[in-house]
Structures are given as C-alpha cells and as structure tokens.
Design a protein around this ligand. Structure first.
Ligand code: AMP
Length: 290
C-alpha cells in the first residue's frame, strides 16, 4: 500500500508509521528523520536544512522534494511506502502527485490523525527517541519497555533516550502554527481526491493502531480511485454556469465520430434485416438491369 500519514507534530504519525512498517514490511519514509540524519551527518543538505529545523519552520520545498524523489526511487518502495511528515504543504502535495504519476504508483490512502492541541503539547514534551535505532517513546504515555524487550535492535544495549532539539516550548509553538497554516489545507486537498480517512489519534496506542488498520482496510476495499480532477468536481457544488462551461469545453474537445462500418455481426445483431429504403433501391437497380 502507498500511504500518507497526516497530523500535527505530536499526533503520533511517527509511532504509528513505525508500527505499521514493522507489521506490513513496507518502509516508513519520514522526511524529519531523513533531514535529521543529514544534519547529523553534516551533509550539504543537512547544513541547508539545519536553521529552518531549529526554528520550527519548513525546510525549502526544493530540498525536501529532491530528497523524496531520490528515496521513492529506491527499490524497497516498489511494494509500497508509508510517508510520515511529507507532504507538508500544497506545493509538496502537488509535486508528490506528479512524481507518483510518473512512477505509476498512485496513493491508496491518506490518514489524518486528529489530536486535541493541549494533548499535542503534552505529548511533545514527553517525547524521547532512541539515539541509535530512532524508535520513538514517550516518558509520560508510552515509556520504553523494561527487561529483555528494552534492548535496542541496532546496538543490543538498552535504548539511549534523547530529546529532539526542536521539541522545546518555543519551537513547538512555531511548528504547531506552521502546521495549521501550511499543512492543514492538505486535508481538503486529499478529501477532494477521495483519499482521506480521519481517525481519532487519542487514547491507548494500541487502540489508535487498530483504528488506523481499520481505516486502511476500508481504503483497500474501495473500488479503483477516481481521478483527482473528477473527484474534486464531484466534491464541489456544481453551479449552472460551471456546468454549462464544462459542457461547452467537452463539446469543443470531443472528437467527431467516425462512421461505423456495417459488419455481418452488426447486421445480425439488428435482427438480420436490412433497412426498407435500401432494399427498395436494390430492387429498382435489379429491375433496371433486366
Ligand atoms: P518532523 O520530524 O516530521 O516533526 O520534522 C521535523 C522538522 O523537519 C520540521 O519541523 C521541519 O523543519 C523539517 N521537515 C520535516 N519534514 C518536512 C517537509 N516535508 N517539508 C519541510 N520541512 C520538513
């Protein structure tokens, strides 16, 4: 399946994407993780992205789109992917549409995780990640397991929990503002394409995972996707003027029909009878020849 998970910072996209990736075997693609790795690695991309990330702003579309294009070109995405944190604005969503059309891999579903703003702030303040495997925990709501299960799959040692540098009060406020302004419009964008599912992202982690699974099962059972333009047109209330414009445009672009050839099969389908005027003309010709 090809999926986008939408939601505010702290809505649990990353955690749910990780769980889904583990269960389904399809890769989670988190632009935040890719950018953090670039920053940690001191790459050119990382150096360009660093300031925006520290301030809670979006990184330049051109950088993020280049990164996504490269990642979606890798063979492990052939079986599907879970996009987490991308797209983040309408420019990125339109670019993703184009890229997936090029790759002939359209999206199957977009799931929006809804969480109350007060809970978002609480979740972000308790969030910790393992510095080695990247697994996300929350010291308030989902602390790392203890005992044998607490082992980091990357190092075999206990998870090394760190707090993300942008999970501080000032940056979080800006990230939530940016989300409301730039990312929330994607809800309408994907709704108009018939792809959107909204689930309650609050409550027990397992309960949210189940809701997500149900939403995706519903999406998989849907018939073939309507094209974006047609779905958008259906979602819009059609005014009389818009309808007549559409009819005019359709008539202008319609190809004239080629005359259909008569075939024995078609004649038989009409009951094998020839039309009366034609029969009369043939009889007249025969009489003339005699
Ligand atoms: P996240 O881990 O998804 O919360 O992302 C952390 C930060 O990385 C964001 O606050 C942005 O600065 C940057 N970022 C992640 N994904 C994107 C994206 N799709 N477009 C622009 N910036 C992004």
């Amino acid at each position: 399946m090809r999926i986008v998970l939408l939601g505010a910072p702290g809505s649990g996209k990353g955690t749910q994407a990780q769980r889904l990736a583990e269960r389904s075997g399809i890769p989670q693609i988190s632009t935040g993780d890719l950018l953090r790795a670039a920053v940690a690695g001191g790459t050119e991309l990382g150096l360009k992205a660093k300031a925006a990330m520290e301030e809670g702003r979006l990184v330049d579309d051109s950088l993020v789109l280049g990164m996504i294009r490269e990642r979606l070109g890798q063979p492990d995405t052939r079986a599907g992917f879970i996009l987490d944190g991308f797209p983040r604005n309408l420019v990125q969503a339109a670019a993703l549409d184009g890229l997936l059309a090029e790759l002939k891999q359209p999206l199957d579903a977009v799931v929006q995780l809804e969480v109350e703003p007060a809970e978002l702030v609480q979740r972000i303040s308790g969030r910790r990640c393992c510095a080695d495997c990247g697994r996300v925990f929350n010291v308030l709501t989902s602390p790392p397991p203890t005992g044998a299960a607490a082992v980091c799959p990357s190092t075999g040692a206990p998870h090394r929990l760190v707090q993300r540098p942008d999970d501080n009060e000032a940056t979080v406020a800006e990230r939530l503002r940016v989300y409301a302004e730039k990312t929330r419009p994607l809800i309408a964008f994907y709704q108009s394409r018939g792809l959107l599912r909204v689930i309650d992202g609050q409550g027990e982690l397992d309960a949210v995972t189940q809701r997500l699974a149900r939403a995706l099962a519903g999406a998989a059972a849907m018939p073939a996707r309507r094209s974006g333009a047609r779905a958008a047109a259906r979602a819009r209330p059609a005014t009389r003027a818009a309808k007549s414009r559409t009819r005019g445009a359709r008539a202008a672009t319609r190809r004239p029909k080629a005359p259909r050839k008569k075939t024995p099969a078609r004649t038989a389908a009409k009951g094998g009878r020839r039309s009366a005027p034609a029969a009369k003309r043939r009889a007249a010709r025969r009489r003339g020849r005699r």
